[in-house]
Ligand binder design. Structure first.
Ligand code: FMN
Length: 373
């Protein structure tokens, strides 16, 4: 019997259990993207909470790829010593440490780029884009591919066990994959193989920078749930191509900011049958790839995790919002308290982050009488 709390191989790595803290922006980096003491403490707390693997919030590979206030940066060698502190804090608590690399593409706004213009595969108005982005030139694409490679080198230098490319949620890699946001007529646009080219080159750049032994993962949409976006058949084909390229695991998510109620972080997932809302996508991808598959989105109870594991629908189970309220949820479950996550999936945790105060659970605060302060 495969146990949730038994060690599991992720390529050359071994995680102490099958639970993963999915990448979660905490809004606690400095305005320039540097690591702060508060951020290190949050990661130490997550590691101590018993989860097997911790993936940092998204870190921008270049200044033009930044998004939310106070997100992490990995665009400069000067940021490496701070990132080293996060990797060390997680690893000291016995969890694997991964860092997520992102370029937001058109899903950002000039004010978050200190006046720069958002860039995207194509110049178009789109529900995912807060502003109309500028279309990337071929020279800029080459530079971005190199930026991902440099960021990967920094991830390795900072001591992370692995890195994860953010290929989901409508960010730049996803924008290239999706026919809805990629209208290019050069070698980066057209059929799926052409739309896959950017990701293929990013992966080659990253693997070239860190060497073939360094583990690389990806978070991928099983579908975009946006009119004209990446559909399930194309997403499964992309996963299959990625599976041939030696990834340590693929994390399956879905949706974009343009997906309405079908976005990545859905609300109203109580009752239990609404849990794990991307499990069909994860199962479909799992049957086409040789590497482990992580399922994210609405995982709330140990019963659901055990059932999906027994049904062979996923190998790893990722949590984001539940660990904002209860960073020690894995330890609690392992100790025998099987009650579901307290998280009510209201997405109130984004609010304080957007205000620059750091992401935190406002429902827990209210229960503890802490107010919103
Ligand atoms: C506050 C917040 C920040 C997030 N930041 C990221 C991020 O940096 N990268 C990412 O891939 N997903 C991010 N997500 C999405 C989560 O990783 C996850 O895919 C989603 O919340 C569904 O999982 P859950 O139901 O366990 O919360 C974020 C979600 C929340 C609530």
């Amino acid at each position: 019997m495969l146990g949730v709390f038994e060690p599991v191989s992720l390529g050359p790595l071994t995680a102490r259990n099958r639970l993963v803290r999915s990448a979660t922006w905490l809004g606690l980096a400095s305005p320039g993207g540097a690591v702060t003491d508060a951020l290190v403490e949050r990661y130490r707390e997550l590691g101590a909470g018993g989860v097997g693997t911790v993936i940092t919030g998204y870190a921008a590979v270049s200044l033009g790829g930044r998004q939310m206030p106070r997100m992490l940066g990995i665009h400069d060698d000067e940021l490496v010593p701070g990132l080293t502190r996060i990797a060390a804090a997680i690893r000291a608590e016995g969890a694997l440490a991964g860092i997520q690399l992102v370029h937001a593409g058109g899903q950002t706004q000039a004010s978050w780029l200190q006046g720069g213009t958002p860039v995207a595969p194509s110049f178009l108005e789109h529900p995912q884009f807060p502003e109309v982005p500028r279309q990337l030139t071929l020279e800029e694409i080459v530079k971005l591919v190199a930026d991902f490679g440099q960021a990967a080198r920094r991830a390795r230098e900072a001591g992370f066990d692995f890195l994860q490319l953010h290929g989901a949620h409508g960010y730049l890699i996803n924008q290239f994959l999706s026919p809805g946001t990629n209208h290019r007529t050069d070698r980066y646009g057209g059929g799926l193989r052409m739309r896959f080219r950017f990701l293929q080159e990013v992966l080659a750049s990253v693997q070239g920078a860190v060497g073939p032994e360094y583990p690389v993962a990806i978070k991928l949409n099983g579908a975009d749930y946006v009119a004209g976006g990446l559909d399930a058949a194309d997403a499964e084909q992309v996963a299959e191509w990625l599976g041939m390229r030696g990834l340590c695991f693929i994390e399956v998510s879905g949706g974009t900011p343009g997906s309405g109620s079908e976005g990545p972080a859905r609300t109203q997932i109580i009752p239990e049958e609404n849990e794990a809302y991307f499990s069909d996508s994860a199962a479909a991808i799992k049957h086409r790839v040789p590497c482990p598959v992580a399922l994210v989105g609405g995982v709330r109870s140990l019963e659901t995790v055990e059932r999906l594991l027994m049904e062979n629908r996923a190998d790893l189970f990722s949590l984001s919002r539940p660990l904002i309220w209860e960073p020690d949820l894995p330890r609690r479950w392992q100790a025998g308290d099987r009650s579901p996550a307290k998280c009510v999936s209201c997405n109130g945790c984004f609010g304080p982050g957007v205000k620059g105060e750091g992401v935190r659970c406002v429902v827990r605060d209210a229960e503890l009488g802490n107010g919103a302060g």
